[in-house]
Design a protein. Structure first.
Length: 252
């Protein structure tokens, strides 16, 4: 388990609070345990935390999201083994959460001495296949050594899921993540986007997507992003918002 003394230099380096650093440590510990067990090759890491940890987006994240292509009963046996192992080795507990689809668990941990608590939602989706599965070694300067390659959705597929998120909800992180992915060379794949939207019985409408982005409220963007951005960059979120909207209008 990480100590408060180990957290201090990471807080200084990343210019963000202790709680965010501790949460990222727990995310890394969970991923390390999950992918050290046989059978995890069909559990694909995705979402904002994958963009941050694998693709090095500067935005921190809070939940861990996965696409699972295992039968649910097989997955439940597998994840129970992971939970038991992690609970023994670290001061971490897991509780199932009520959800209409998929499986969701709440990871809870307390940092010794300081008593700092952290909560992470673990979301596992079974409703679709991985369209472009890949593997990557996760490199980090946190005190966690992850040796197994991480199965994950490709940046292009995560881009398509972010398009779907923009259509179905209003969170500033989706706009930010879409922009970041495009700056890293991941672009629209109409086939992927159409398949992602099909699960929500929506059709790919480029004009609608652009309008959703153009009409996005700046205050929602700023308030949603503020907790996940380093302290020096928070006052610049208004400028960043204007730049991102202009950028996406040109490239999508």
């Amino acid at each position: 388990m990480i100590t408060s003394l180990q957290i201090v230099p990471l807080v200084k380096k990343y210019k963000i609070n202790e709680a965010t650093i501790y949460r990222e440590y727990l995310q890394l510990v969970f991923l390390n345990h999950l992918y050290s067990f046989p059978g995890s090759n069909n559990i694909f890491f995705k979402g904002g935390t994958a963009i941050h940890l694998l693709l090095k987006a500067p935005r921190f994240s809070e939940d861990l999201d996965f696409t699972v292509t295992l039968p649910i009963d097989e997955f439940e046996k597998h994840i129970d083994t992971v939970f038991k192992s992690l609970s023994i080795e670290e001061n971490i507990s897991f509780k199932p959460r009520v959800t209409k689809i998929g499986k969701r668990y709440l990871l809870t941990a307390t940092l010794p001495v300081s008593g700092l608590k952290s909560f992470i939602n673990l979301d596992f989706s079974f409703r679709e296949n991985a369209l472009d599965p890949q593997k990557m070694v996760l490199l980090t300067d946190f005190p966690v050594l992850i040796t197994a390659p991480i199965p994950h959705l490709s940046g292009t597929e995560i881009f398509a899921e972010k398009i779907r998120a923009i259509v179905s909800r209003r969170k500033g992180r989706d706009i930010y993540d879409l922009w970041y992915l495009h700056t890293q060379g991941f672009v629209s794949n109409p086939e992927f986007i159409a398949k992602k939207l099909d699960y929500y019985q929506e059709k790919y409408d480029k004009a609608l997507i652009l309008e959703r982005i153009r009409s996005f409220p700046q205050d929602i963007f700023i308030n949603d992003l503020r907790p996940f951005i380093c302290d020096p960059d928070r006052p610049k979120l208004g400028q960043l918002f204007s730049y991102i909207l202009e950028y996406l209008a040109k490239v999508l």
